[in-house]
Design a protein around this ligand. Structure first.
Ligand SMILES: Cc1cc2nc3c(=O)[nH]c(=O)nc-3n(C[C@H](O)[C@H](O)[C@H](O)COP(=O)(O)OP(=O)(O)OC[C@H]3O[C@@H](n4cnc5c(N)ncnc54)[C@H](O)[C@@H]3O)c2cc1C
Length: 598
């Protein structure tokens, strides 16, 4: 493997495959293709192999690094007006997996059923699971962790893949783990059970200690973030003679030839690249395929600059359309997080047992309540009523929808998922030095937004508009999540760990607050879920889909997308482990095509 930031040092300008981006999915795809092929990866950010703040999984979350970037979102809905909200993402080798909170969750069976039913044969849970397993080396809990509630089911895991997945060693914060589980049990009236394994596909209605994307080296007794870079690129075992990684360079456009006179598929021939800091451009050729993996925020922007997108919109920017694909940049979505929830620890409490003595990961206990657990016995029918009755008018008022049928179809599939056991919300408990964070997040939002460039200059960020909470159903879920957080803070044994007036001190609505008061708090304080997806969705073209189930961009012969932008519904409570599955499946399909075209 060659890693360089200097195009002059590259002997070749032609490769069999070019992978755009050096992030989470990109490096996994590149690793698999480079076993037998020449591959060029182009990453906008730097190589931070020796940056300990990134490598050490116990670095306090949010500590700035040269990989941390923010995009300013378009004005989002707030209380009595709009709010300006930034969204954080990673830009370096490993992409967002180099800075994320490493919570190791997977999509559910119900979620993948919905993805498949949207028109994506081959993407159901049973077919998808082997690809997640292929990526993973799971470290089972040790006997002490097991005694404290950490559990696993061997049949759903992989034990030989590049990505380390482990419980924190040792399992931190025993008092908090215990209190959080007991209180979760009480607040959800026993309906939320201790999970045998949160990654077994049936995680609705469960809670558990949580595993993270961490390599645990048993011999060295050492933990390291298992970013995509530390899984698929840096280890000795993953070195590939065919792999060249160009860092500090951004893709401006993808080059195309065709379409043929019959108006058939176009072929991509390579990419135009420029140094991130400015300088002259270089062209690289791809003899087989180009794989776009620049993430949900930037992949649609690269397509749009290359003339692939809504033709009318592209023309308005003076870009000659190559392919009219209105779904590029549409169906953009993100979960919301309620993060303004930090409860002070009581002076009498044993801080060491609660905080784990300083070595703390985000989310030591996670709960995935279903609609019934969260909204009561009529929860599923309430969700059904809202989701199945979305009118065409409401659908079209949601900014990022290509046609009304797109949202009604997705809403019905979301209702189906809740009927099986899909979690409605996620609640996670994390200790800090003097406080305990109880964060909640929506899981399957329905609001849809857009990613649109407003300049052909590749150094200018696209306009990212998540349209958070703009559908009624998303507000209902957010308010229900907030109410559960309030209940948790006043329910023993968890409440015993907190100062007496914890709710008021944290500014969180009291139990019994009106819907109006809770909505006001939600709208004033919610933050991005930082799980942006959907902006090049895998779904039928007539619904506004951009890629086929083979991840081929419609209307092209050899342009695939493998990153969070292809995920059409937020069925991954946290995205990373599922995205490694996407990457492994993408590589498998690309190599299959290579074999057919020998
Ligand atoms: C703060 C934060 C916390 C998170 N916490 C968790 C968590 O606990 N658990 C979990 O599972 N998920 C978490 N996530 C989400 C998860 O990390 C992302 O969904 C996932 O990493 C996205 O992978 P990707 O391959 O789509 O994109 P990325 O990994 O973001 O990679 C995209 C890459 O493309 C590069 N790029 C962009 N434009 C260009 C261009 N023009 N040319 C060349 N390169 C380009 C970028 O620099 C970047 O490196 C978190 C995310 C964030 C930001």
């Amino acid at each position: 493997t060659v890693i360089t930031n200097d195009t002059a040092s590259l002997v070749n300008s032609s490769f069999e495959y070019i992978v755009i981006g050096g992030g989470t999915t990109a490096l996994a795809v590149a690793n698999r293709l480079a076993v037998n092929h020449s591959v060029l990866v182009v990453e906008r950010g730097p190589d931070l192999v020796n940056d300990e703040a990134i490598n050490d999984p116990f670095t306090t979350f949010g500590t700035p690094s040269p990989c941390h970037f923010q995009i300013q979102l378009a004005p989002q809905m707030g209380f009595n007006g709009s709010r300006m909200i930034p969204m954080t993402y990673g830009s370096c080798l490993g992409g967002s997996s180099s800075i994320n909170t490493m919570i190791g969750s997977r999509p559910t069976y119900a979620g993948m059923t919905a993805v498949e039913a949207l028109g994506n044969p081959g993407w159901g849970w049973n077919e998808f699971l082997p690809f997640m397993q292929k990526s993973e080396t799971f470290h089972p809990p040790n006997p002490t962790q097991h005694a404290e509630g950490a559990n696993f089911l061997a049949v759903v895991h992989g034990f030989d893949g590049p990505v380390g997945v482990s419980f924190a060693q040792p399992l931190v914060a025993p008092t908090l783990q215990d209190a959080a589980k007991n209180t979760t049990n009480t607040v959800f009236e026993g309906a939320v059970a201790l999970s045998p394994d949160m990654g077994d596909g049936f995680s609705g209605g469960h809670y558990s200690s949580y595993y993270h994307h961490i390599h645990f080296n048993k011999t060295l007794q050492m933990d390291r973030r298992s970013s995509s870079a530390w899984s698929y690129l840096y280890p000795q075992t993953e070195q590939r003679a065919g792999l060249t990684v160009l860092v500090g360079h951004r893709i401006n456009t993808i080059s195309t030839s065709g379409p043929s006179e019959a108006g058939e598929n176009i072929t991509v021939t390579g990419v135009l690249v420029e140094p991130t800091g400015g300088g002259s451009s270089s062209a690289f050729n791809a003899s087989r395929e180009v794989v776009l993996s620049a993430g949900a925020l930037y992949s649609p922007a690269i397509l749009q600059r290359s003339g692939i997108g809504n033709a009318t919109f592209l023309q308005s920017l003076g870009i000659e359309p190559v392919l009219d694909l209105p779904g590029v940049g549409a169906n953009f979505q993100d979960q919301i997080l309620l993060t303004n929830v930090s409860f002070s620890i009581a002076p009498s409490a044993n801080i060491t047992n609660i905080t784990g003595g300083g070595e703390v990961l985000l989310a030591v206990v996670v709960a995935h309540p279903t609609a019934i657990d969260t909204l009561g016995p009529n929860g599923t029918s309430a969700m059904n009523a809202m989701l199945r009755n979305i009118s065409a008018e409401q659908a079209l008022s949601t900014g990022g929808i290509v046609g009304s049928k797109t949202l009604t179809t997705q809403a019905a599939l979301t209702a189906d998922a809740y009927e099986i056991d899909h979690p409605l919300i996620e609640i996670f408990y994390t200790p800090g030095p003097t406080a305990i964070n109880v964060w909640a997040q929506s899981v399957l939002p329905l609001s849809r937004g857009t990613i649109r460039i407003n300049s052909t200059d590749p150094s200018v960020d696209p306009i990212a508009d998540a349209q958070y909470l703009t559908t009624e159903v998303d507000m209902v879920v957010a308010v229900a999540a907030a109410r559960k957080v309030s209940s948790i803070a006043v329910t023993p044994p968890f409440s015993d760990l907190l100062v007496e007036n914890a709710l008021a001190e944290a500014g969180v609505p009291q139990v019994g607050a009106t819907d109006e008061e809770v909505s006001q708090w939600v709208l004033s304080t919610y933050t991005p879920g930082t799980h942006p997806i959907g902006s090049n969705s895998m779904m039928p073209r007539e619904l506004g889909g951009v890629v086929s189930p083979e991840l081929l961009v419609y209307g092209t012969t050899n342009l695939r997308i493998a990153d969070a932008s292809i995920v059409p519904l937020s069925v991954f409570p946290h995205t990373t482990l599922g995205l490694y599955g996407v990457a492994e499946k993408a590589a498998d399909m690309i190599l299959q095509t290579a074999t057919e075209n020998l």
